[in-house]
Design a protein around this ligand. Structure first.
Ligand SMILES: Cc1cc2nc3c(=O)[nH]c(=O)nc-3n(C[C@H](O)[C@H](O)[C@H](O)COP(=O)(O)OP(=O)(O)OC[C@H]3O[C@@H](n4cnc5c(N)ncnc54)[C@H](O)[C@@H]3O)c2cc1C
Length: 479
């Protein structure tokens, strides 16, 4: 697709002198993504600094049917923010904090605010914005909403969808939907914001959002335990949920091979256990109740002693202070990075019912070994949500590219196992450009038809992030 120079000039004019980039070198950072799986291409990057300017850009693009790819922090893992010749619209200059309301437990922010900045602002209000993920220093709230991001606190607080009370969106025709607001109850017809949460920019551009905050949990207990096997991990989760009241906020699983990769490849990360075990759990309880009202240490100790008595836990440590807690979290958060030192890694972001995780792991390991003998499965992640990053590191003696060439085949084999367990082939990262074929394979015709109709209704000319979520030919066929 080529965009006529006259249109590029008009768009630059609408965006103002600081609102565009067309120099190839300056654009390069916007066109690569974390896994280097996609190399983007665009004639022009636009960086509007207001909702009105964003709307004017979209109106112009709609008039001439020119496609747009919205981008936030570009930390997405499915290629959804990487243009293939379309105009790239970066939200990074939309970063005003419009309103903070501690009594209503809300904050209204623009789409380009960095997640960690929002967490800090909330903390200064005495509140918590609970979304937390390893990319929080670079991902932006508009991107988090557009991917319905998950992360490590979903178990207690839900994913992004549960943290949004209102949205402001520029629709594909350039109209602005002013849907901000701090209401927890509002049953006035269809809940339109839900359509845009997780839509990966395919239905419009989110320019601002009203976020739901929680009281700040000052008390925290973090533990790292070795468990007998994944079945024991699931049983321990049940025990932890029952004993902890409502304060279990994270429950992450890490296999031995993952711990070895982190401690072997990353500096300043320490495994506090001297003996080696096959499976580990990182669990955390938090509470806004003060120490005199709730002895959280005793709660954690009770969970661990129940786990020991049942023979589920083999060993473990409880962090004595913040520094120790952070060290435990480093073991978890460095896993993806540590895998990079082990050659190629083929990724899956799957979920199955929590109870099915042990059986899934057995069957998936069998399928992986049959497909690529010696490949090393490193399944880790949000066991408490039934969500595993089922990442496979290459066999030690294989050429990296030969292994990576198997990406689609291996995805297919693993996703078929996921499907057998009524799971999801994309639990939290979305579809982007990477998983559109999986959509056609695993979603029902009824589901695809509904999604295509929604897309066609809001974006009849297919200018909003085309080929993301729904592949173009499917879109056209149905239109
Ligand atoms: C190290 C690492 C760890 C991660 N951990 C997690 C995790 O635990 N949980 C998780 O869910 N994800 C995780 N991710 C994935 C990623 O961080 C999330 O998907 C994040 O929400 C993306 O935000 P972003 O601002 O970077 O969006 P981008 O990558 O810029 O965009 C993502 C998608 O949203 C669209 N988009 C962006 N902004 C807007 C907007 N304002 N309006 C409309 N559409 C828009 C884009 O077109 C694209 O389709 C991780 C990524 C990395 C690199």
């Amino acid at each position: 697709m080529t965009i006529e120079p006259v249109h590029l000039e008009s768009l630059k004019k609408i965006s103002g002198p600081k609102g565009w980039i067309d120099d190839q070198a300056d654009m390069s950072g916007f066109l690569q993504e974390p896994r280097d799986k996609y190399q983007g291409q665009t004639p022009l990057i636009l960086l509007p600094d207001s909702t009105e300017q964003t709307a004017r850009i979209v109106r112009y693009c709609a008039q001439y049917k020119m496609p747009i790819v919205p981008q936030g922090g570009n930390s997405g893992l499915v290629g959804g923010a990487i243009p293939t010749g379309e105009i790239l619209l970066s939200l990074k200059r939309l970063k005003a904090i419009r309103q903070q309301d501690a009594s209503n437990l809300t904050m209204t922010v623009e789409a380009g605010c960095i997640l960690s900045h929002i967490q800090e602002l909330a903390k200064n209000m005495g509140c918590l914005f609970p979304l937390s993920l390893a990319a929080e220093g670079s991902c932006m709230i508009g991107g988090n909403i557009s991917t319905n991001a998950g992360g490590v606190n979903v178990l207690h607080y839900g994913n992004m969808r549960n943290l949004i009370l209102g949205l402001e969106v520029v629709l594909p025709n350039g109209e602005v939907w002013h849907g901000l607001g701090g209401l927890r109850k509002d049953n006035t017809g269809y809940d339109l914001k839900q359509l845009f949460i997780g839509a990966e920019g395919s239905l419009g551009i989110i320019t601002a959002a009203t976020l739901k905050l929680s009281p700040y949990p000052h008390e925290k207990q973090t533990a790292f335990v070795a468990v007998r096997d994944p079945e024991a991990a699931v049983d321990l989760l049940t025990i932890a949920r029952n004993i902890s009241g409502d304060c279990l906020t994270a429950f992450e699983i890490i296999p031995r091979v993952g711990i070895d990769m982190v401690t072997g490849n990353m500096p300043n990360v320490r495994n506090p256990m001297t003996q080696a075990y096959d499976w580990y759990i990182l669990l955390e309880c938090t509470s806004s109740l003060s120490r005199d009202l709730l002895n959280l240490e005793a709660v954690m100790e009770r969970i661990l002693s129940a786990g020991l008595e049942e023979g589920l836990i083999l060993d473990g440590v409880i962090a004595k202070n913040n520094a120790e807690s952070e060290n435990l979290w480093h073991l978890r958060e460095n896993l993806s990075e540590a895998q990079k030192f082990e050659g190629g890694s083929i990724k899956h972001d799957i979920s199955v019912p929590i109870s099915a995780i042990p059986a899934f792991l057995i069957e998936a390991a069998r399928v992986v070994e049959a497909a690529i003998p010696g490949a090393r499965a490193v399944p880790f992640g949000h066991l408490g949500d039934g969500n595993l990053h089922y990442n496979i590191s290459q066999p030690k003696n294989m050429a990296k590219q030969d292994f990576l060439d198997q990406w689609e085949n291996l995805n297919r084999s693993v996703h078929d196992v996921v499907d057998k367990f009524s799971g999801s082939f994309s639990a939290e990262h979305g579809i982007g450009r990477m998983k559109t074929d999986d959509m056609l394979r695993y979603k029902s015709k009824v589901e695809m038809d509904m999604m295509t109709k929604i897309k066609n209704t809001l974006d009849p000319d297919n200018i909003m992030n085309p080929n993301v979520i729904i592949k173009h030919h499917h879109h056209q066929k149905k239109s």
